[in-house]
Design a protein around this ligand. Structure first.
Ligand code: SAM
Ligand code: ZN
Length: 306
């Protein structure tokens, strides 16, 4: 059975969480961490859970950037910002991605793992589509953060920040222990490397009193302690794809999420599996692999292909 999905379709995430919401500090420090861990350029980068494309401009030096998200509306907004030159927009489930194995040299997943009900399954899916030696930059919400430790010591919180088990603090919102994440990464075939702790000064009172630029500079210094201890609310880690990697067959890009075939052909309006006959729509420039428009020979009503 597929894990539950935290659905952002038609959500107001951009306007309710980021724009004008006093999160300039968080945005800046995440970009600093990303810069430190990301190869500066490359061939093909996958942004997992790209949302409305908040961070996508950081990847403009790549030949091709694939934005994947479960929300079509978030992707449509991103497409209005970045257009189609060098960018591909894919509505799909991380647990069931429509890409040929080994396709990407770099992948990023920022503020997304905390929605994964089955993180091992999600990370496994990511490993499958990474090329040999591919770089994976993962951000996750850290349960072992100072605030959680203080609350636990003051008995204001029942769960221990030191236990490795993830904690679901709100439905489909999880915090993870750094050791647990590293174990998962290893189990699915990544070699976890450098860690940066991020957002040390994420406190309303500080953000109100100190300009975001100053807080970000302080955080940039504190990030560098990330390999020693992890007590900040957010952790960025860089991993490399290790072990056996399937080489992407020449010219392969899509993989049929229904039957696993790599023999898919593209028309103006759809991507069609030559093996099982399933078809997915391309709507408003977004490849929609959430629901097929044709399954088992029947056209489904909601996305008629003209
Ligand atoms: C908190 S937002 C982060 C967006 C972006 N990475 C950023 O930092 O601004 C989480 C995103 O993950 C996406 N998401 C959640 N579960 C997903 C899944 N199973 N497959 C694909 N995307 C998913 C949501 O649609 C949402 O856009
Ligand atoms: Zn198929």
């Amino acid at each position: 059975m597929m894990p539950d999905i935290c659905d952002y379709e038609d959500s107001t995430y951009r306007t309710d969480f980021w724009e004008g919401q006093n999160r300039d500090y968080e945005d800046r420090v995440e970009r600093i961490a990303l810069h430190r861990l990301m190869p500066k350029s490359g061939h093909r980068l996958l942004e997992l859970g790209a949302g409305f494309g908040r961070l996508t401009n950081e990847f403009e030096a790549y030949d091709q950037v694939v934005l994947l998200d479960y929300s079509r509306s978030q992707l449509e907004y991103a497409r209005q910002q970045y257009g189609d030159d060098g960018f591909i927009y894919v509505a799909a489930n991380i647990y069931q991605m429509p890409f040929a194995p080994g396709l990407f040299d770099v992948a990023t997943m920022i503020r997304v793992l905390h929605h994964m009900q089955e993180p091992a399954k999600a990370l496994h899916a990511v490993r499958d589509i990474m090329g040999a030696d591919g770089v994976f930059i993962l951000e996750y919400a850290n349960k072992q953060n100072i605030k959680a430790i203080a609350r636990w010591l003051l008995r204001q919180q029942t769960w221990s920040p030191f236990e490795q088990e993830p904690v679901e603090f709100v439905t489909l919102n999880y915090n993870f222990h750094p050791k647990h994440v590293r174990t998962l990464l290893r189990e699915v075939g990544f070699e976890p490397g450098r860690q940066l702790t991020v957002s040390h000064f994420r406190m309303d009172v500080l953000k109100r009193l100190v300009p975001a630029g100053i807080l970000a500079t302080l955080d940039a210094g504190a990030q560098l302690t990330g390999n020693l201890w992890q007590l900040a609310p957010s952790v960025f880690t860089q991993s490399r794809a290790a072990g056996d990697t399937v080489e992407t067959p020449v010219d392969a890009f899509w993989k049929c999420p229904t039957c696993g075939s790599l023999a898919l052909s593209e028309t103006v309006n759809s991507v069609d599996c030559e093996e099982c006959g399933t078809r997915w729509a391309i709507v408003n420039g977004v490849y929609d692999f959430k629901e097929p428009i044709k399954k088992g020979g029947q056209l489904e009503a909601d996305h008629p292909v003209s």
